[in-house]
Design a protein around this ligand. Structure first.
Ligand SMILES: *Cc1c(COP(=O)(O)O)cnc(C)c1O
Length: 256
């Protein structure tokens, strides 16, 4: 697929928001969700990259991302895998979601909000959720997030959180973390919070991690203080209530 020049990309968002700015929700925690995407539009039956693409941006007012509307989410650990080394796991492409639909349906049918994927090779390293990245907060203040290695989506929220959490004084390490160590560290109280993050849901605490074989309860199953502080800070920067020392915010439209 061709790469959209950054200037043109930003201009497309600016123009759409200008037209649709009355759809920006007034309610706190409401957002105007923007989804840029590209699809092949060439009429052709063979298997090769298309020569014609359409770039589209859609906007939709959005409220709470999760069905439950609660302050923590519960996660189902799938036996299915989402991405293998050497594949397309790091790309925001439709194909990756195909592999996550059955496991996500499984999570929903068990009453869980999201699915967690382990690595496809050893089936023990925690990678990410169906549409969110993960952070693990330890009692000593250290925070760990799985490293980008081609099988994980390099989320912009993950990237922002690494900077924000470091700015808040935490040591943030990108390292592998196994489901066995999660169990061990929860049992010894060395692990105090699990945080999930993504554009739509921003930052959320994980209350419970469950599979057909085990049930890991994180802390008191309520929203954790680090998740809450990071979420508040991120949203304050997004809404302009806090100053943006990172250069992330672009003002668009003629909002007063
Ligand atoms: C979109 C997505 C994320 C989160 O990425 P953001 O850029 O923060 O929205 C994480 N994992 C997967 C698989 C995703 O599709």
């Amino acid at each position: 697929m061709p790469e959209i020049p950054e200037k043109l990309f930003l201009k497309s968002l600016q123009e759409l928001v200008e037209v649709d700015k009355n759809w920006v929700p007034e309610a706190t925690n409401g957002t105007l969700y923007l989804r840029p995407f590209m699809i092949a539009t060439e009429a052709f039956l063979g298997v090769r990259p298309a020569t014609k693409y359409k770039f589209v941006v859609i906007a939709s007012p959005s409220g709470n991302y999760f069905r439950s509307g609660e302050s923590t989410i519960n996660i189902w650990v799938s036996d299915y895998t989402r991405a293998a080394p050497g594949g397309t796991g790091e790309a925001k492409c439709g194909g990756n979601y195909a592999a996550s639909l059955v496991p996500t349906g499984e999570a929903f049918s068990h009453g869980y909000d999201q699915v967690m994927f382990l690595d496809a090779v050893e089936r023990k390293w925690i990678e990410e959720l169906g549409g969110m990245n993960l952070f693990f907060v330890f009692a000593d203040g250290r925070i760990l997030t799985p490293p980008l290695g081609g099988t994980i989506l390099a989320g912009i929220t993950r990237d922002s959180l690494i900077s924000l959490l470091r700015d808040m004084g935490h040591e943030v390490i990108e390292d592998r973390y196994s489901i066995a160590n999660l169990k061990r560290d929860v049992r010894s109280n060395a692990l105090v919070e699990v945080i999930a993050c993504g554009t739509a849901a921003t930052v959320t605490s994980v209350g419970r991690v469950k599979s057909s074989k085990y049930n890991i309860v994180i802390g008191s199953e309520s929203a954790g203080p680090v998740a809450k502080a990071a979420r508040d800070k991120l949203i304050a920067i997004q809404t302009g209530e806090a100053s943006d020392s990172f250069g992330w915010v672009m003002r668009i439209g003629n909002a007063s």
